[in-house]
Design a protein around this ligand. Structure first.
Ligand code: TRH
Length: 370
């Protein structure tokens, strides 16, 4: 049995996840579950829609079992099952509310109850990380939940980074095995695209098609490939690109292979928060298409991230246009610019690597609260 921290016992974890939309909620919960299991812990992941795991984690992970979100009948069975034990730790991911009957089961145990929050670089994160939240009503009245905030500074819960995150990776071999319509040539620079529907997408495609050097745009499945389809139609550009731009759609990858994609590319467009963290670990320059919120709260979130990591001015401007905070022009992805941005991303990576990873911090936090 493995244990990541010398003194921490191996625990049983119940992680609850609701898929609101997109892949980030499950992406984070799966990554955390697998990371805990690889450190020797046992995890039950309860999720209302596990379908994306078919591509995100096709091989599963020893030590993690996936369960349907318990609805009334299943909860009744759990309550009646005298052999059922609630985990030592129960995680309510992103404020998904635990079923009341499960809360009642928890009230009979000494589980540590964690509310795992969304990632942000905003100042409230350090202020709120680790705070107690007394449960004021319902069957678990009188119990305590603990806020656990991921973040970018040592006074937060840190970022998910598995002990083997820097695995062996043969870029050339990996690229040659990519299932795409046209093999990549050595002179093409590679850009991955994982985004929602950025208004600046047609401008990007146009710029790349008229650039000095050839670009292969590797477009992820789902919303990114649909967005590229409509952008090429609007531009009256062939769907495979034109001029210096060649567009290839890529299949849904497992999380591991998605990480390899980010490592392999010269520039990555990422979205949500889980792919953002992976882009940081890949150490390549990137642009973040932040999840847009109706009240525009994502503007502050983006600006806090840019300030925290001291982003170069032209990369900030690129983000502002890409995220629709200002209208164009989109700074051109020239070779010189990408090299400068690469220096910045590798500095950001080094700075964040000095931080203790989220899972190690979470295990230590739980040990203090038990
Ligand atoms: O899918 P997202 O846009 O998720 C978002 C964010 O989490 C956002 O904060 C949240 O509020 C919203 O969902 C509901 O982007 P994100 O977070 O990057 O998650 C994508 C996940 O999908 C990530 O775990 C990586 C994974 N992935 C693969 O494993 N293979 C793939 O081929 C691709 C494209 C993604």
């Amino acid at each position: 049995m493995k244990s990541d921290t010398h003194s921490s016992p191996l625990l049983r974890w119940d992680i609850f996840c609701r898929v609101i939309d997109n892949h980030g909620d499950l992406g984070v919960c799966w990554r955390l579950s697998a990371d805990l299991a690889q450190r020797g812990h046992t995890v039950r992941l309860w999720v209302d829609d596990s379908s994306a795991l078919a591509w995100m984690a096709p091989k599963g992970c020893t030590g993690v079992t996936v369960h349907a979100w318990p609805i009334a009948r299943a909860l009744q069975d759990l309550v009646l099952d005298t052999t059922f034990q609630v985990g030592d730790v129960v995680i309510e991911a992103f404020g998904c509310k635990l079923p009341e009957a499960f809360q009642a089961l928890m009230a009979r145990t000494k589980s540590v109850w964690i509310n795992l929050e969304y990632l942000s670089a905003e100042a409230y994160v350090a202020r709120s990380h680790g705070l107690a939240s007394p449960v004021m009503s319902g069957p678990a009245k009188g119990e305590t939940k603990w806020f656990f905030f991921p973040g970018f500074t040592p006074d937060t819960g840190g970022l998910l980074r598995e002990p083997d995150w820097l695995d062996k990776f043969d870029r050339t071999a990996w690229l040659s095995s990519l299932p795409i319509n046209k093999p990549i040539t050595h002179n093409e620079r590679l850009i991955s695209l994982f985004c929602y529907e950025p208004a600046a997408l047609p401008e990007l495609l146009k710029q790349l098609s008229q650039a000095d050097e050839p670009t292969r745009l590797l477009v992820a499945q789902g919303r990114p490939s649909a967005a590229v389809e409509s952008a090429t139609q609007a531009l009256q550009m062939p769907s495979c690109g034109e001029g210096q731009l060649h567009i290839s759609t890529i299949p849904y990858f497992s999380q591991t292979e998605f990480g390899h994609l980010l490592w392999a590319c010269d520039f990555n467009f990422v979205r949500g928060e889980d792919s953002l963290v992976r882009a940081l670990w890949a150490g390549q320059p990137f642009a973040w298409h932040i999840y847009p919120q109706e009240d525009l709260a994502h503007h502050n979130k983006l600006q806090a991230f840019q300030a925290m990591l001291d982003m170069p001015t032209d990369l900030k401007q690129f983000h502002s246009v890409w995220n629709d905070l200002e209208t164009g022009p989109l700074p051109a992805l020239s070779r010189a610019r990408l090299e400068r941005w690469r220096d910045w991303s590798s500095q950001a990576q080094q700075r964040l690597l000095a931080q203790t990873d989220l899972t190690t911090q979470l295990i230590r936090f739980v040990a203090q609260k038990r």
